[in-house]
Write a protein that binds this ligand. Structure first.
Ligand code: SF4
Ligand code: SF4
Ligand code: SF4
Length: 485
């Protein structure tokens, strides 16, 4: 961070070395004050530049590919409003979460953090897991009821933490979500308990949640650096057990500059060939909570991961195979789907012009087929934060979308013949936080008082710390009340 006084005037007029792209609102990376922020394009990259009256100027990399960032704007779909809001307009975005009536999208995916404790102590942990709180089953049931009021028919709930599998009632929580008719219930886990606890595995087999499995690489060193210990064998054992009970798994890889960016291609190929994996989600490391030292001007972004996949998979993928997700702000995430039949791997955008169907602004001409609205709806379902890798809905949307172009046969669940999802999502940190994106966020954390707080606001603006302090205080008071001298 630097503080500038007025620059000394040059003797001749000079061209700026950047293009001023847009103005948004952000936060100071030091004190979190809400301030104006400029988005600028320089050397085909996108940067956020802003000035805090107290802490001076700061700059962070938003995207390593300006062309991709700018053209993504065409994929911005009109939002669908939630049934109810939980907060009023008072201090403006992002201080009124939420959702407040100014929010532009309902919640496709709701997260419930059931605890803050964990059986690991990763050097990279945006949740800053540790002592704090553990929700009761009754609280989670009330929160699920609240979600039904806010969303009507929520499609996806993800139990997260801390580490949700160490919560003694996590399975009852999954049951409670299923009992409320929520079709996709996910557990976001490091996989340790699944790898070690046979009884837990048997209960998962019966309940059948989707497993969102932390899986950062195939090299031991990656785990040592990101997770603090070599977890490769644990991860492989976990996956092998999940394959045995035929549970759907989305691999989730945190990618950090200089640590595992060279592994993205191998991860995709591993996922495509593993019988349990139905998709992989790449997340450039979010520098909130706990993280390694980093340079905000060199952080990993979506194009870095995407170009890595293209370069490291020997011609399997092209840049055009990945299309922005329109339900959130389209610079937040790109997706692709591949049809796998033995050794044949076909990305869906090779057989269908997905980008033309999902372009809401430039109105590019679409092929004249009678089933156009059905295809468009199917693609909107696939290119959504609520698309769950391996779910029956995803398989049927895939079949609908490419039924005209690919002979899929009937059994998409067969191990050799399946659909595999690849997503790259770049959560914002204090250097890149933009209200323009977060106002249309469709991923939110449901907190015990019934608010739904957009995920990047929850992590960057200070909501996580507030909620955790409140819940930790409550736990302390409860212990105090129980104390009998
Ligand atoms: S992020 Fe959404 S809910 Fe939060 S303050 Fe902004 S508009 Fe309101
Ligand atoms: S990143 Fe996940 S596994 Fe690691 S400490 Fe945090 S909550 Fe636990
Ligand atoms: S969580 Fe962040 S990156 Fe994801 S949709 Fe919301 S604002 Fe965008």
């Amino acid at each position: 961070m630097t503080t500038h006084s007025r620059p000394t005037p040059p003797s001749v007029r000079q061209d700026a070395d950047f293009i001023f792209h847009e103005l948004t609102r952000s936060i100071c990376p030091v004190c979190k004050l809400v301030i104006d922020a400029q988005v600028i394009l320089r050397n085909n990259k996108v940067y956020m530049r802003k000035r805090c009256p107290e802490h001076g100027w700061s700059e962070g990399l938003m995207s390593a590919d300006a062309e991709m960032y700018v053209t993504a704007a065409a994929f911005n779909k009109p939002g669908t409003m939630p049934l109810r809001y939980s907060t009023d307009l008072k201090d403006g975005c992002p201080l009124d979460c939420g959702l407040c009536p100014e929010h532009k999208q309902h919640t496709c995916l709701a997260l419930i953090e059931v605890n803050s404790g964990c059986n690991l102590n990763c050097p990279v942990c945006f949740a800053d897991a540790g002592q704090g709180f553990s929700l009761t089953l009754e609280e989670v049931e009330r929160m699920l009821d609240r979600l039904l009021e806010l969303e009507g028919e929520p499609e996806v709930v993800q139990f997260s933490g801390g580490e949700p599998t160490i919560h003694p009632q996590i399975l009852d929580m999954v049951r409670a979500a299923k009992a409320r008719g929520i079709p996709n219930v996910m557990i976001n886990t490091n996989g340790i308990r699944i790898a070690r606890d046979e009884r837990f595995l048997a209960e998962l087999e019966e309940l059948r949640p989707t497993i969102y499995l932390q899986f950062d690489g195939l090299e031991r060193e990656t785990y040592r650096k990101i997770r603090g210990e070599d977890l490769l064998d644990v991860k492989l054992r976990c996956l092998e057990r999940l394959a045995r009970i035929d549970l759907d798994v989305a691999l989730v890889a945190a990618i950090e500059r200089g640590i595992n960016e060279h592994e993205v291609g191998a991860l995709v190929e591993f996922g495509i060939n593993h019988p349990a994996a139905r998709g992989i989600v790449f997340q450039p490391v979010t520098h909130t909570g706990r993280h390694l030292p980093f340079n905000p001007l060199e952080r990993m972004t979506i194009p870095d991961v995407l170009h890595g996949i293209v370069q490291q998979t020997g011609g399997l993928f092209r840049r055009e195979d990945f299309v922005p997700v329109p339900c959130c702000f389209p610079t937040c995430q790109v997706n692709t789907y591949v049809y796998v039949d033995g050794s044949q791997v076909i990305p869906l955008p090779r057989v269908l012009p997905v980008d033309r169907y999902l372009d809401y602004i430039t109105n590019r001409t679409l092929p004249k087929v009678p089933s156009l609205p059905d295809i468009q709806r199917a693609l909107e379902g696939l290119w959504s934060a609520s698309a769950v890798a391996g779910s029956a809905k995803t398989a049927s949307q895939f079949s609908c979308a490419c039924g005209v172009s690919l002979d899929l046969g009937t059994d998409l669940s067969h191990a050799k013949k399946h659909v595999f999802q690849i997503a790259i999502k770049d959560f914002m940190d204090a250097y890149t936080f933009s209200v323009k994106q977060v106002m249309k966020c469709c991923v939110a954390v449901l907190v015990p008082d019934g608010r739904l707080i957009p995920f990047c606001a929850y992590n960057s603006v200070g909501y996580r710390e507030q909620v955790r302090a409140q819940l930790a205080r409550r736990a302390e008071e409860a212990n105090h009340d129980r104390y009998e001298p």
